[in-house]
Design a binder for this molecule. Sequence first.
Ligand SMILES: Cc1cc2nc3c(=O)[nH]c(=O)nc-3n(C[C@H](O)[C@H](O)[C@H](O)COP(=O)(O)OP(=O)(O)OC[C@H]3O[C@@H](n4cnc5c(N)ncnc54)[C@H](O)[C@@H]3O)c2cc1C
Length: 509
Amino acid sequence: MDRPPSPPPELTGVVSTDPDARRSVAGSRGPIWMVPAAVARPRHIDEVAAVVAWCAAEGLPLTPRGAGTGMPGGNVGRGLVLDLTAMDGLELRADGAMVAGAGAVAATADALARERSRHFPALPSSAPWCTFGGMISTDAAGARTFSYGPTHRWTDALRVVMSDGSIQTLRREAAPADSAPWAGLHATLRSLELPAPPAVRKNVSGYAVDRFLATGDPIDLIAGSEGTLVVVAEGTFRTEPLPESQGVALVGVPELDALPELTARAESSGASACEYFGRRLLELGRLLDDPRVSRLDVRAGALLVEYAGSPEHVAAGLALWDDEAITASDPETVGEIWGLRHAASPSIAHAAGDRRSIQFIEDAAVPRSALPAYLRGVQAALDRHGVDAVLFGHAGDGHLHINPLIDLRLPEWKETVRGVMEEVIDLVAELGGTLSGEHGDGRIRAGGLARIWSAPHCRAFRAVKAALDPQGLLNPGVVLGEQAADPLEGLAEGPDLQRLVKPILPSTD
Ligand SMILES: Cc1cc2nc3c(=O)[nH]c(=O)nc-3n(C[C@H](O)[C@H](O)[C@H](O)COP(=O)(O)OP(=O)(O)OC[C@H]3O[C@@H](n4cnc5c(N)ncnc54)[C@H](O)[C@@H]3O)c2cc1C
């Protein structure tokens, strides 16, 4: 983009075109690198509104951004990056509701709640860095989404800036679908007679039109919209009392075909989380030598099953796994075992050696019964292209992260990435899955939506965008791809920011 227009006087000190400021938001923890034309760092909602109104008047595209931990490139753009991290106010109300500025960090909020023996149950693994604005905009989930649901389920109100710079306050109890532009959009979507969406437990691909149709609540549509419909300035999020006790079972997975039964058993016994460590993750993290793991049959990996609640519930849950697992309910061991899971992404990045852990097929979700076919199909695609990868994630939700380790020294590396991606999109479509369970489509997956979603759903997504952002200024190219856009534009062009995070697992460097 050419030089951006000069900002009006009231935005002096908020908007910057300084090269270092622009480079500081060109990358993310995901693999896409794009240097924007300008950066704005508002401190309160009126400044956000002024920046959005100015961008609308000038036709300047705008990318809202929190901590930049998002994976698929929704947090970078070529126009103006709106960095909301300074809006980090936090207040825990007497009723346990957390009022959080868009830039408030998840772990800081959770720590505040814990001072009052409460917690925020939808906490993602990236909680030490990610912001509430990013979490609602990706409808972030965590390991405990298995039982507690993702961020939107814990969101009671949002203050948002619309694409024309106007401000709206949305509350769940206030039936805002009666007001503009939501009511008209709801009617349009009703008229499209959408078929059933993919039968998966987690889905943040496209826009949540089915959820919005069911509840009529704009918060349900904004959740997961990746900065393409509104800018979130503040939210009110519920917390809940900490469980009385917790326990974990580390369960050996002897063969992939055991996964549907093991995960179904976790669900029916009231587990709060059910996470998978693929065999390669156990190897790379040198966990096979861990005396706890070496007692288990982990030929096809391991599951971490957690129970939370009364001591009786935890004990009854753990007892179900006694024969094939190691179990623990003392806080120290429980914390240690969770530490292994939370360290997965940064640890893989470090263990990759000369290769780079690149997330481009990292977030698909399939029906749980299809997990063995999905894992075998992905492995076959990786093998065909000679790519090593680490598989792990939220098996209980049929949702697995796949981090391929790509050797950027090979001249054909980008074509290899493209080939793997194409095959995995076909596989997900064939298994009735979705391209994203929690990270979003971003730029990388936007072009694949039409292969997963029905034609009426794709029409519905475009109707949503047209109603809420008619000028197409909010994060263009994200969720809805632009014609002829290369999904791999900017891939691995910047530094590997994941390596800056200290790994907890031993690295093989
Ligand atoms: C190590 C690691 C572990 C992770 N674990 C998880 C996990 O367990 N679960 C999970 O769901 N994700 C996980 N992620 C992905 C990421 O942390 C989440 O998507 C998170 O919600 C992004 O928050 P952020 O503040 O970094 O947002 P960004 O990365 O800055 O932005 C993400 C998207 O939200 C939009 N956005 C950000 N703020 C706003 C706003 N105020 N208004 C409108 N749009 C906005 C952006 O435009 C972008 O499209 C992980 C990432 C890493 C690096």
